[in-house]
Write a protein that binds this ligand. Sequence first.
Ligand code: PMP
Length: 284
Amino acid sequence: MTRTVYVNGEYLPEGEAKVSIFDRGFLFADGVYEVTSVLGGKLIDFDGHAKRLQRSLNELEMANPIEMDDLLEVHRELVRRNEIDEGMIYLQITRGSDGDRDFAYPEAAEPTIVLFTQSKVLSESPMVERGMKVISIDDERWGRRDIKTVQLLYPSMGKMMAKAAGCDDAWMVQDGAVTEGTSNNAYIVKGNKIVTRHLGNEILHGITRAAVLRFAREAQMEVEERPFTIDEAKDADEAFITSASTFVMPVVEIDGDVVGSGVPGKVTLRLREIYLDESRKVAV
Ligand code: PMP
């Protein structure tokens, strides 16, 4: 089946979708994005993603080309047309182009909006049983990681470094403390306490993070939002990550040292279960 994508108001077969070579997303990474997962043909946490999208646009003084109600309809329509049961909807908005290249924001440019689907089984993964192995690397990204921009080169490099080391991902470290994973938020568990870095410009404010911390607190687990080091993580009982496409995923090894007993932890797996159950209930 040919994938149907959405570009600037039109639904098109992917091979017919076009964007200008002068688009600032292409020339300057002047764009923002969101990834929303689909379970059972329904969108998980759509409101959270829509709100964060608007925040990213505001921070960059970029116009929003679509009403939020219409955006929900486009997401749903793409799920329908591509018959997605499980997978992701990728959305990208760039500042567009005025037909030339100039560092200053163009005054007359219309934003470009693109959405496409990815069909993928998300609710089950061998990684849930075996757990992820991560390496630590220096965080060499720019200073506004709270804005979800499409400049993802360093995270891609981080994934390649992890791959070269025979691992699944990299946790980035700044001034001695873990910021986050290349495409996810990072957590450790010690006793009944969950520790994850506090919100700020240094990390993306994960939509899954917000939900998981809320569920953890509702389940009477203690949550501490503060920086933690790689040594503290190695000494923890459990570690895990969260993101829209992995939900809650255990981490069992950091820089070659096992975390806890080296298998996915109880708290982690419980949180994954709660997150999936609760999110499915309110999926749209
Ligand atoms: N941090 C980074 C750097 C990310 O790229 C992502 C996923 N896009 C996350 C955290 C997790 O955010 P979310 O739960 O909203 O997917």
